[in-house]
Design a binder for this molecule. Structure first.
Ligand code: KIV
Length: 251
């Protein structure tokens, strides 16, 4: 089994650190809005945000890992020409793929971008850019009708030439069915064990968020604890005159 490993990355230093870790794709997700820019959701994220973070990741990407960048809210939905123009900007910033949320309703934009020679990663199931329509961050595809639509959308994206599809926040058996019906790989996040790969938000996986851990997240580190401990120690040492010490001063 050779599952695809995708991990979000938003800055140059993290991209450099990830060089030899077995990551196949760095995702400059629009989750940058939640985890780095302090927004409640991904809707305020702009093309300028995505371009700047893609450029930073590309500069730090010494391991030459493939980079995928999210097309942000309202950068592709309503106008196929604008979608192509914006996708080109992200490729120029350093992305190898653009990732786009949606199925049938955005198929014209998808086809136009692929027609311009740009590789796309689709995104179905729980689509954070549609939280208002979905009534919040809820697990999707719990009924037959929405499972049918998921499969139809996935097949439509595959037929249009999409390279792979992220499946977010759906029951494991729904993801398994889609994965089995497609020839292109699926990448799961909260979609169970049977996808062709997995993606996690790095801040979740590294334990930077302490307050809430969704069921699908596994924490591989506790960076929040490490950062707080280091900051407290630094503060204590400065206040008590312990830092800087002999080895930290220029003579
Ligand atoms: O923006 C993002 O980080 C994503 C992942 C959750 C797949 O789309």
């Amino acid at each position: 089994m050779n599952n695809i490993v995708m991990l979000t990355c938003y800055d140059a230093i993290t991209a450099t650190l990830l060089a030899d870790c077995g990551i196949d794709i760095l995702l400059v997700g629009d989750s940058v809005g939640n985890v780095k820019l302090g927004y409640k959701n991904t809707l305020p994220v702009t093309m300028d945000d995505m371009i700047r973070h893609t450029q930073a990741v590309a500069r730090g990407n010494i391991g030459k890992i493939k980079i995928a960048t999210d097309m942000p809210y309202k950068s592709f939905e309503d106008n196929a020409d604008l979608a192509v123009e914006n996708a080109k900007k992200l490729i120029r910033a350093g992305a190898d793929y653009v990732k786009i949320e949606g199925g049938k309703e955005i198929i014209d934009s998808i086809k136009a971008i692929i027609g311009a020679g740009i590789k796309i990663i689709g995104h179905l199931g729980l689509m954070p850019q549609s939280i208002e329509k979905m009534g919040g961050y809820k697990i999707q595809c719990r009924d037959e009708e929405s499972r049918k639509k998921l499969l139809e959308d996935a097949l439509l994206l595959e037929e249009a030439g999409v390279s792979m599809i992220v499946l977010e926040g759906i029951p494991e058996d729904a993801a398994k069915t889609v994965t089995e019906k497609l020839k292109i790989p699926t990448i799961g996040i909260g979609a169970g064990r049977y996808c062709g790969g997995q993606v996690l938000v790095s801040d979740d996986m590294l334990g930077l968020f302490e307050s809430f851990k969704p069921k699908f997240v596994k924490r591989y580190a506790n960076l929040a604890g490490i950062i707080k401990q280091a900051a407290k120690q630094y503060s204590k040492e400065v206040k008590e005159g312990i830092f800087p010490e002999e080895e930290n001063v220029y003579k």
